[in-house]
Design a protein around this ligand. Structure first.
Ligand code: MG
Ligand code: MG
Length: 255
């Protein structure tokens, strides 16, 4: 069942989305060679609590950390650890909050120091595909329009789209209906209605689309160990144009 949000709920979702967006920027300011991913997790937890919110992932389904930190061939759901970031890595930072009974959820893939042109192209394409998808988060459209936009854009550049993990509705629960795949067919899938709120989150691989699950039951890796990128924003479906609740502006304008 898809829950259409009230205007009040959308404003609370926006408050969550802004806290998440600022947390991603705070984490980003600390990303550098030599920093451990566990240190980044602590920074995020403290920042979220300082803003009166709770980490949304901590304890969710048993997930033991504030952030999902996914380096290089890790697609999503990487555990923070004592791994020290190295020059040339890429790291997806996925962050959730719970605040005033609603949830926030967004992700950004950061370069660590100087990265290769090939890896920068992957980041650029994945983020661009997210915005291509967001353009279709309008009332009267279909979920398949979003997936088609992401898939057609990234596959034309030679990348592949992860199938096993998808975007989702968000509200009082972190993951609500509908599922929002990053692949699909135009005009197919769930019809989008005004004030549905969804997280669009392309996971795009340099190599094959296939992935496998870590023995820990969480971390997802590319089957060929090539790199994967992940960007996510929370979007309220509106007539004519979407209302994007989270933002990368705190990350990109503070550099
Ligand atoms: Mg997320
Ligand atoms: Mg999500």
């Amino acid at each position: 069942m898809i829950k259409i949000k009230t205007e009040e709920e959308i404003e609370l979702l926006r408050e969550n989305a802004i806290i998440v967006s600022k947390t991603l920027a705070e984490v980003g300011r600390h990303i550098a060679p030599g920093v451990t991913t566990l240190e980044l997790d602590k920074i995020a937890e403290e920042f979220i609590r300082d803003h009166g919110a709770e980490p949304g992932f901590l304890g969710y389904g048993g997930f033991p950390y504030t952030l999902c930190l996914s380096v290089n061939e890790t697609v999503v759901h990487g555990f923070p650890s004592d791994y020290r970031l190295q020059e040339g890595d890429i790291i997806s930072v996925d962050c959730g909050t719970t605040y005033k009974g609603l949830n926030g959820d967004s992700a950004y893939t950061f370069p660590v120091g100087q990265i290769s042109a090939e890896d920068q192209a992957l980041l650029d394409a994945t983020k661009a595909s997210l915005y291509k998808g967001i353009e279709h988060a309008v009332a009267g459209g279909r979920v398949g329009d979003i997936g088609y936009a992401i898939q057609s854009y990234t596959e034309a550049l030679g990348y592949s789209v992860v199938r096993e993990l998808v975007g989702h509705g968000i509200g009082h629960h972190l993951h609500e209906s509908p599922e929002v795949p990053n692949y699909g067919r135009r005009g197919h899938g769930v019809k989008l209605s005004e004030n549905m709120v969804i997280c669009i989150e392309p996971m795009i691989n340099q190599g094959v689309k296939d992935v496998y699950l870590d023995d820990n039951g969480w971390a997802v890796y590319t089957a060929d160990h090539k790199k994967s990128a992940h960007f996510e924003l929370t979007v309220a479906v509106k007539k004519g144009a979407p209302d994007v609740l989270s933002t990368f502006a705190f990350i990109e304008n503070n550099k």
